[in-house]
Write a protein that binds this ligand. Sequence first.
Ligand code: ADP
Ligand code: MG
Length: 694
Amino acid sequence: MKANSTDSPTVPVATGFVSKVMQEKLARLGIVNEFDLVLHLPLRHEDETHLYPINDVPAGANVQVEGVIIHSEIMYRPRRQLVCQVEDGSGILFMRFLNFYGSQVKAYSVGTRVRLLGETRPGFFGPEMVHPKCRVVSEGVPLADALTPIYPTTAGLSQEAIRKLIRQALVHGDQADSLAEVLPVEIIEHHQLQGFRDSVMFLHQPPPDASVILLQERTHPAWRRIKFDELLAQQLSMRLHFQQRRSRSAPALPEKNKLTRSLLHSLPFELTDAQKKVFAEISEDLAAVHPMQRLLQGDVGSGKTVVAALAALQAIENGYQAAIMAPTEILAEQHYQKLSGWLAPMGIKIAWLSGSQKKQQRQVALADIAAGNAMLAIGTHALFQEQVEFDQLGLAIIDEQHRFGVHQRLALRMKGAKTGAVPHQLMMSATPIPRTLAMSYYADLDVSVIDELPPGRTQVVTKLVADIRRDEVVARVRESCHTGKQAYWVCPLIEESEALQLKTALETYETLTLTFPDLKIGLVHGRLPPQEKSAVMEAFKQGVIQLLVATTVIEVGVDVPNASLMVIEHAERMGLSQLHQLRGRVGRGAEASVCILLYQKPLSATARERLRIIFEQTDGFEIARQDLRLRGPGEFLGARQSGVPMLRFADLEQDADLLAAARTAAEEILRNHPASAQRHLQRWLGGKSEYLRV
Ligand code: ADP
Ligand code: MG
């Protein structure tokens, strides 16, 4: 759906003047059509509408003065610099340039009249401006009649150039009516919004009396209008995708209570109420004739796997296949083993697919999947590769969904599309999405939450230990392993180099082997051949290995209930959700569990803050919320980011009220003013929203 309406010509209208090179530069700023120029809003504004007398300049403010140069000199102390004195009748101001050209020395000669814009600070000789914006003027040159916008720009594109383009776009847009109001008057009134045209005009060319503070804080009504519009566009596109999904068909897979019931009977535990509730929600979705797209959230250890198994069985008892995809080989393999244990007794064949398996094994698995002999396929990324063809895929389950890219999730879903129907999709994640994100970027999904842990879990006690007290930690590990418990020793994350990380893991393993000659110690890391990896994991699970040295490959999903102690080295390097996930590997059995976070000083402010949070909090939702606060949504969104247009102007926390308003407005507009919704979306998103469907 590319723009063709008068709202958004696909090429800048100024194309007449704009060279190909310029177009490329603009594209780097995300500007591809005229309307993008209109929405290319200033980062800040400078006030060149007033002149301040030098002796009356407010300290610290970025203001303009004008005067005549009465002295100009290159000084060498403490380093080479150009120092000029400017006099305006009220006082003298020093201007200093630490880097300057010969041409400047020439231009700023005694007797020249200059206009300076900058921040005045008390200097050695008196008030001074360092590197002010300086313009030679003749007496009486008129002042700017609007605040000067400062735009985000890119190499080779000057403020002047982009300002000119934007001015043209505004003039042209005004004539072409593309700045016209597209929102219904009820919405404008109800939310007390400033007009669209007035708002963009105001932000690009604020009048001299505009409040620089309100502009800077982006709380001015003009800013609020723009942010509302942006949030509204996001809400509209999310809702439309939701509706589109409702208009596609999927196989109806109602609960038959055969296989699902027999799994429930065979489990050694009873589902928690939360598990029952979420399975009921999933079960109902599966029974519908539209594709489910549900996100199952549950903190680490809340028991999502069994819910996934039940969902798969509901598909299978309807004669459809299911697939479970996990981001790491260790996790996929663990699912394979666990589900084999549950499903094999029912006579259900499971196919295993991984990137590293032997060709022949793979051929057999592929054949089983294609023929429909295997009703369940479990694997890694290998599952959505081209050669994989399902007989009849009814349900795709994606564990730790945030680890996958948009394309990958889409690819798996397309696997079922050969019959024309789209398979249902269940995504699972232990990284809870904070409320503001759920309401915005994830608003097109249905969400189920497992909000309680299975009974009998013990709270994991978290300890922060400085690296210099390592010996105490070692003693603790020894004691724990000698009483029949098991422990993880997690090696530091080394982001810049995988090779270095591997080296560290090997060294840690060697050191610990020497430290604990009487313990059985294992090592897993990402580079281990899969067979060895699974052999080590199996030995740990069986209790043959007492201490498992691991890289962060064990971060997700690994489930060994007898492990009750975890040591994390260089915890200060790890992110919050990573620490939370790692810590979730213990506290899975009845044994009281401890997680020791070893850290090395000095700590950065953020690292200190992260450690404080992980020490104080055990609730994954709270940790995620704090994580969002520390990192902002961009990073948090990870894979989803690539598919969803990011918010440029609105801030989910600061503008939470606007988000709520945009949500209600979106509903109202779609119901009563569909044409208005279309124009608004076209204006804001153009062709940028195709990935939302995943
Ligand atoms: P996660 O949600 O992190 O994927 P898992 O599905 O791996 O959690 O479950 C963690 C552990 O809890 C597993 O050993 C699982 O068998 C067990 N478990 C799941 N549900 C229950 C329950 N209702 N009662 C007792 N144990 C359970
Ligand atoms: Mg899991």
